[in-house]
Design a protein around this ligand. Structure first.
Ligand code: AP5
Ligand code: MG
Length: 192
């Protein structure tokens, strides 16, 4: 199964993707994690991305598409994947669509985790205290939420128009949210 998780910063994409990965036995591909890996390793790409990420802005579409093409060419995606953090604007959505068509692996489901603004801010503040991610400071969080409303929210309509969108209430216990996601994708799921 090929699944894309949509939702604002702090909506729980990474948290739920980790659980879905175990349940569906397919890899979790987080473009944010891939970029943080490049930054940590000090690669050329990481050096380019570091400041942009810390400010809460989007890294260039070209860098992202190259990274994603690379990742999707690995053998472990043969049975599908959970994509988290991509696409983040309409250019990326179109590029992903073309890429998946080219490799003959169209997306099956888009799941949007819906969480009210105030709760997003509260969750990220909690994570800032626990993990110290460089973009979890108040100024960068504001920027990330702005970027989400202005550039990423239209991606939801893109999947709605393709009749692939499933909106899931992202408020509640982790298990509750997980069960809602499974219920949304169940028709295509041959596990559990
Ligand atoms: P990315 O890593 O994708 O960050 P993000 O979208 O801002 O999302 P987060 O990781 O903050 O939130 P999440 O939805 O994963 O929530 P989580 O599960 O952690 O991107 C980072 C940066 O990389 C971007 O700003 C950009 O610069 C760059 N980038 C990445 N992809 C890009 C792309 N495609 N194009 C261009 N640039 C790109 O949960 C948040 C917190 O809430 C956690 O502490 C968690 O424990 C808690 N929580 C989760 N669920 C619940 C719940 N049900 N109840 C209570 N608490 C919960
Ligand atoms: Mg995340």
């Amino acid at each position: 199964m090929r699944l894309v998780l949509l939702g604002a910063p702090g909506s729980g994409k990474g948290t739920q993707a980790a659980r879905l990965k175990e349940y569906l036995q397919i890899p979790h591909i987080s473009t944010g994690d891939l970029l943080r890996g490049e930054v940590a390793a000090g690669t050329k790409l990481g050096l380019e991305a570091k400041e942009v990420m810390a400010r809460g802005e989007l890294v260039s579409d070209d860098i992202l598409l190259g990274m994603l093409e690379d990742r999707l060419s690995r053998e472990d995606v043969a049975n599908g994947f959970i994509l988290d953090g991509y696409p983040r604007n309409l250019v990326q959505a179109a590029a992903l669509d073309q890429l998946l068509t080219r490799i003959g692996q169209p997306m099956d489901y888009a799941v949007q985790l819906e969480v009210p603004f105030d709760l997003l801010v509260e969750r990220i503040a909690g994570r800032a205290a626990a993990e110290g991610r460089s973009d979890d400071n108040p100024e960068s969080v504001r920027k990330r939420l702005d970027v989400y409303s202005n550039q990423t929210a239209p991606v939801i309509d893109f999947y709605r128009q393709q009749a692939q969108l499933n909106v899931v209430d992202g408020v509640g216990e982790l298990d509750e949210v997980f069960d809602r996601i499974i219920a949304a994708i169940k028709p295509d799921s041959d596990v559990g």
